[in-house]
Design a protein around this ligand. Sequence first.
Ligand SMILES: Nc1nc2c(ncn2[C@@H]2O[C@H](COP(=O)(O)OP(=O)(O)OP(=O)(O)O)[C@@H](O)[C@H]2O)c(=O)[nH]1
Ligand SMILES: Nc1nc2c(ncn2[C@@H]2O[C@H](COP(=O)(O)OP(=O)(O)OP(=O)(O)O)[C@@H](O)[C@H]2O)c(=O)[nH]1
Ligand SMILES: [Mg+2]
Ligand SMILES: [Mg+2]
Lengths: 281, 291
Amino acid sequence: FSKNTVINEEIIEEIEEILIQADMGFDTVTSVIQKIERSLTKNEKKDVSFIYDAIKNELKNFLSNDTLQPQPEDKDEKNLKIILVVGVNGTGKTTSIAKIANRYLSEGKKVILAACDTFRGAAIEQLEVWAQRSGAYLVKHQHGADAAAVAYDAVEAALARNADYLIIDTAGRLHTNKNLMEELKKIKRIVQKKIINAPHEILMVLDAVTGQNAVPQVKTFNEALSLTGLILTKLDGTAKGGVVIRIQNEFNIPVKYIGIGEQIDDILPFNANDFIDALFE
Amino acid sequence: SLSGKLCKIFRNLKGYGRLSESNIKEAMREIKLALLEADVNYRVVKDFVAAVKSKAVGKDVIDSITPGQQVVKIVHDELVNLMGGTPEPVELKKYNNRLMLVGLQGSGKTTTAAKLASYYRKKGHNPLLVGLDVQRPAAIDQLVFLAKQLDIPVFYDKKEKNVVDIAKRSLIEMQRCKATICIFDTAGRLHIDQQLMDELADLKQVICPQDILFVADAMTGQDAVTSIKEFNEKLSVTGVAVTKLDGDARGGAALSIKATTGCPIRFVGLGEKISDFDVFYPDRMASRILG
Ligand SMILES: Nc1nc2c(ncn2[C@@H]2O[C@H](COP(=O)(O)OP(=O)(O)OP(=O)(O)O)[C@@H](O)[C@H]2O)c(=O)[nH]1
Ligand SMILES: Nc1nc2c(ncn2[C@@H]2O[C@H](COP(=O)(O)OP(=O)(O)OP(=O)(O)O)[C@@H](O)[C@H]2O)c(=O)[nH]1
Ligand SMILES: [Mg+2]
Ligand SMILES: [Mg+2]
């Protein structure tokens, strides 16, 4: 009976290897393969390229539903929009902020940056270089200052200057550090108090080389802050970032941007089709 | 945890006498799942499970422990063995030690450079830090900040774009300030960036380091093998430092790196402070990966 034939074991292993090595995670890979297996006819199951296309389409439909509007812009025209950028250490937050700021600036928008990483050595200096290069205005205090206080000042400055966007850079932190997660909640509260509906975007930055640990990372940050999207960086490397499929499945948080290099232009809005095709390259 | 699952699988095995192919099958599947979830490389997992299976099949069920515990022990011992057995301490010479840090962007090189300087100073060495990242904004400022915090000398040149030049001059400085170990921090780079990988090879030629440490992020997934292979082939990596182990990443990348290249894991990063640093203990890592 057509539905009972199983896909050739060798093909399953081949697909499993590709998708697991893309960091999609064993459970997610298995459930996608099983779903396709149930939906194909006996003859289709013998056609390798048909199987691959079926899997690709399944993944594309899955990711596209919630990311049909990849632009994070739903702001009312005249008002300030605040974007809070968070994530674990070294993922590319500061660099991604520079890239996003640059995009808005090239659209003629007024952008303010807030240096709320007051902890790491030369974090403020690093953002300062990017502010100078892009033309964004930087709000900063001294090293060691209270991050929430810097955020508060930045909102005031953004309002006073009639800015279109305020992007807040925060220190990298592991999701397992409760105190640091509390600090982020405090920054969010401070901003919320000043402006209704703010922060309008809370974007978590994920390094494409990250494996399954991305899941507990996103889970914790999401529970603390209610993330609105992800930025997947370093896709110019060989890592595929397939774990975002599992993340979409479990938390319904879409990837909004991808980072594809270290220069200010190296950013693109997320495109599900390109992303899924790249998994198989 | 994997140990819990394995013990459950073999719970009914008492009195069967031997661990056979069939009752081992379920256990092997659990091990495969646990290691993949821990981000151990797909191929490494395959080889590992095959190795454990061959050690487990046909084994007599010892009276004193349950079959589940027996399989757990085989898995644990195999992991520790793969990780490098007992920790081997790094022996430095009295003088003229040169250690180069390399790796992908954001893995923790600059922070680890400062940690190593502090570590070796505690061991009686006179360290000199060298800033060879001339591309990342404020990279030199970051290293200078850390060096100042530790009151350790740092050599850099903010106006020079030629890193090989800076490296050459730092060796002169090393002589001048009588440093016994020179720790070189380099810019993060992709293993597929031909030009930047060539730059590392050029730096290696000029510096002649006894140690080239690849700094790897503990949360790295399947890509760990791809990057280390490239760095190792280009430079002959002598050791690995795994960072951000203060999180809950299981760190399977460490096993993948060691199993694929044989590069010994030397150090671990356990936080952002200079003191959050230790030598690598294979058995601790094995327990962590097992979950
Ligand atoms: N190749 C590549 N490198 C990137 C990308 N995004 C960031 N980087 C590099 O990754 C490194 C870390 O970037 P940062 O922006 O400092 O990361 P961060 O998250 O702000 O780091 P912390 O503030 O220390 O937590 C830098 O060397 C960046 O140049 C990317 O898309 N591709
Ligand atoms: N929690 C934790 N954070 C770490 C550890 N090691 C480094 N970091 C943090 O990770 C981030 C990146 O560290 P860096 O030392 O700047 O990394 P890098 O490899 O020099 O980065 P590039 O020079 O851009 O390639 C910083 O926020 C560090 O404080 C660690 O062991 N634990
Ligand atoms: Mg930063
Ligand atoms: Mg660095």
